[in-house]
Design a protein around this ligand. Sequence first.
Ligand code: CP3
Length: 361
Amino acid sequence: MSDAAAARSVTSAPQAARTLLERTCRGDRGARPPVWIMRQAGRYLPEYRRLRERVDFLTATKTPDVAARITLQPLERFELDAAILFSDIMTPLEGMGMRVRFAPGPVVDDPVRTPEAARALRVLDPEDATPFVLDALRLVRAELRDDAALIGFAGAPFTLFCYLVEGSGSKTFMEARSFLRAEPDAASALLRTLGESMARYLVAQARAGADVLMLFDSWVGLLGIDTYRRFALPMLRDAISEIKAEVDRPVIYFANGGSNLLGAAAESGADVLGVDWTLPLSKAVAELGPRVVLQGNLDPAALFAPRHELRAAIDDVLEEGSAAAAHVFNLGHGIHRTTDPDQVALLVDRVREHAESRRAG
Ligand code: CP3
């Protein structure tokens, strides 16, 4: 067996969970919830902004040592339990035949608007199309603290579909949602291509060193439950089962704005459900049952509160999370770029102290 093949067979064997995040994702409640922050590598950090003066965003994502450095920046400041790869949900789409720019949000120059275009996308070959992502993961894994988890991620099929059809961000994604209705077969075909591609992409990330895999469904809250069951859930479920057939890694699924979809999302096969800040975690547990593992869900705006109010809001989320089988502390969506890093330091310390206060009490 070649060295590469040997490394692959080792990493795809069932693993003893090394990190607190992995153990928590698998349902073990440790001394405290692990803590990391969605979009933790980014513009609220002055060191990120300084680096970006010299390198544009796309180049940063495609240069492994730069992406690895940015990935590790938040962990140099805060005692986070995980690093999330610095990349973007749009990054792999180029390898499927689409052209993507950032301005600063994603822009697709030639959006998918016809059944022919929907069927023209090719399934991603991650080793061929995104070697820089896999190299960045390997570099991070080599430098990361052993007890910190490395999170690999992808966009969920529906959210990628939104950008590919709409062509850019939007409040309502009307083009994308009407394409579902006007061309349901072509739309489903595209969603399946995206699902299969993201499954391959995440498997490749796991083999390159990602301990935990996350799917971001940022725009799925725009769907009603019937449309979710028809156009989002089946492709998501297939993708997760393809991942699970290949690698033994926990999968986190975050359905932003999806509190009305959580019951259906629980059928996806994900190990952990991310919850946005609009739904108290105890309500999610009441709906999903006590065996569920949840991630979330401090309102990113709470980081703008005075420190004593922020502490109270963090304690609230910790208390709410105690209703679940296990809880990964996070924000209810990405951190805002004008957030004061000192408030993040307070958050991380507060969650870590939680274990101490529980032992004392
Ligand atoms: O720290 C991390 O979380 C890792 C890096 C990461 C980025 N994007 C970097 C980024 C992750 C996980 C993402 C995911 C992503 N990208 C999502 C899903 C998460 C969510 O927030 O719902 C979505 C919807 C995107 C699409 C995207 N990319 C948007 C909307 C934007 C613009 C953001 C803005 O605030 O203007 C981007 C660009 C982007 N992706 C930036 C970063 C750090 C800003 C680029 C810059 O430096 O100018």
